[in-house]
Design a protein around this ligand. Structure first.
Ligand code: ZN
Ligand code: ZN
Length: 295
């Protein structure tokens, strides 16, 4: 396929998505008004950020559903998929399919958020235009293992309504300050932390593993804010590894949650990458192997 120009990619603007993201950021800005501030609302925001982003997106949608890095009992898997759906980054099917497209064609024109088109495109721009990565047939082709599951279908069809239900629960618990911090601020922080994996972790940082035609990097601050997903060069090198932080300082809080699931006997057949220093000491890069940890 010939390279798509940026003009080609910008033909079909989604006004709904522009309105959604703009409205969301404006609603989050209400948090600056003193009448909406409370420490309990901030605590709710942090708790839901962990539940929806780390347990939901990183553990559920990414490491479990997209890459099948470990196995979970069916209903435990459903729980983490529900947490991921509450991050409001689409339901599981579209998320998984688009992420598989990213790995299948990283940093090429067919990558949904290719760094070839710059920081803005890979961070955010790709989501406000409709392109090949929104094609329903292509999404089905990249999510065959999720097709036919009625619970995932339910999450796909109702991800916005479920956010509304969560907002109502928060309103009942703590009024508007809980809604503004627990929904709007948490979603903006969760969105940008995920988006920085697509942008910053394909642009800034170091590499443990040299990969051909792949710009992924380990970016320390993305590693911290995105619950371990910023060790993204490790992840591109070993996509099936449940653990992304592979060196002592590469803190991976999502791996900590998987480790707890393993200790509880819930996560099984966990695949983990181990880095190996090449014989050639001049070479600063590592190679590695995937080892299986049967729980
Ligand atoms: Zn990537
Ligand atoms: Zn991935």
């Amino acid at each position: 396929m010939s390279a798509l120009s940026k003009t080609d990619l910008k033909k079909n603007l989604s006004k709904i998505n522009v309105a959604f993201f703009t409205g969301l950021h404006l609603a989050a800005a209400l948090a600056f008004l003193p009448q909406f501030f409370s420490w309990s609302a901030v605590a709710v925001m942090f708790f839901l950020y962990w539940v929806t982003a780390s347990l939901g997106i990183c553990l559920g949608f990414h490491r479990y559903l997209t890459h099948r890095s470990f196995e979970l009992p069916k209903y435990v898997g459903y729980f983490f998929a529900l947490c991921g759906t509450l991050a409001c980054q689409n339901g599981p099917t579209k998320w998984v399919a688009q992420h598989r497209m990213h790995h299948a064609s990283s940093d090429t024109p067919m990558d949904p958020h290719s760094m070839l088109y710059g920081f803005y495109w890979s961070h955010f721009g790709w989501m406000i235009y409709r392109n090949h990565y929104d094609d329903p047939q292509k999404i089905i082709a990249h999510s065959k293992d999720l097709q036919g599951d009625r619970f995932y279908k339910f999450l796909d069809n109702n991800f916005l309504k479920l956010q509304g239900v969560l907002a109502l629960i928060l309103f009942a618990m703590g009024g508007w300050s809980f809604v503004i911090w627990g929904i709007f601020v948490r979603m903006v922080i969760g969105y940008h932390s995920t988006w920085f994996v697509n942008s910053a972790a394909h642009l800034w940082g170091y590499r443990n593993v040299k990969l051909k035609d792949d710009l992924s990097t380990n970016c320390w601050w993305v590693g911290l804010i995105a619950w371990g997903e910023g060790w993204h060069n490790n992840h591109h090198a070993f996509p099936s590894s449940a653990r992304h932080g592979l060196r002592p300082w590469e803190i991976d809080l999502t791996w900590a949650a998987i480790w707890v699931l393993k200790t509880l006997g819930l996560a099984k057949n966990i695949k983990v990458a181990k880095l190996q220093r090449d014989e050639d000491r001049e070479n600063k890069f590592f190679s590695g192997v995937i080892v299986k940890k049967a729980a």
